[in-house]
Design a protein around this ligand. Sequence first.
Ligand code: PRP
Ligand code: MG
Length: 212
Amino acid sequence: MSKLKIAVQKSGRLHDDSMKILKDIGVFVDNGKDQLKTSAANFPLEIFYLRNGDIPQYLKDGIVDAAIIGENVLFEKADNITVIEKLGFSKCKVSIAIPKTKQYSSIKDLQGKRIATSYPNTVTKFLNKNNVSANLHIINGSVEIAPNIGLAHAIVDIVSSGNTLFKNNLKEVDVLLKSEAVLAVSPKIHNIQKSILSKLQFRIQSVLKSRQ
Ligand code: PRP
Ligand code: MG
């Protein structure tokens, strides 16, 4: 029997809410995420538990037909992937932050400065759009530490509650992107999987309505 292959974040901020939405639409999945790939008991669905940053490539290549993923990751790694549904959870921003004591009036202030980020493509697009050139320092995590250890003048990273900025004496000064979890589709999806995806999307829409 044909199944729809869907990627879900293996661990991290999206995982629990992604599994919750599958549960709420009545799709039963055993919680064995050590398996990395599992099938739903009562819906033609195969779930792939993957690293966030790897999901865009799996979508591009058609290894998975669809994914529950953050818009921020898509924008950074595959900005031509189609989003068919916003899922209303894991809302965050991708923002510029600088030390609390420093001034900022516009992105022009970062001309020639060092910016630490895990989102180099997103930052580069924003800088180019504003005709600003800056030096990017790419790090994978704990980005907020960079200004305090003299590694960068500014950072670009995810802001959710704002706690991490606050604790590191930083302030948000510009928003590059607003993001939430979305249902995204591979450009290589076949028709059979497309029709399964429509059923899944229909159920998701009813759950989202009932959550309002
Ligand atoms: C993420 C992100 C920010 C923080 C934002 O980091 O990189 O640092 O969460 O959330 P907040 O505004 O609610 O504080 P995470 O804790 O996932 O760790 P990492 O950066 O080391 O991956
Ligand atoms: Mg962080």
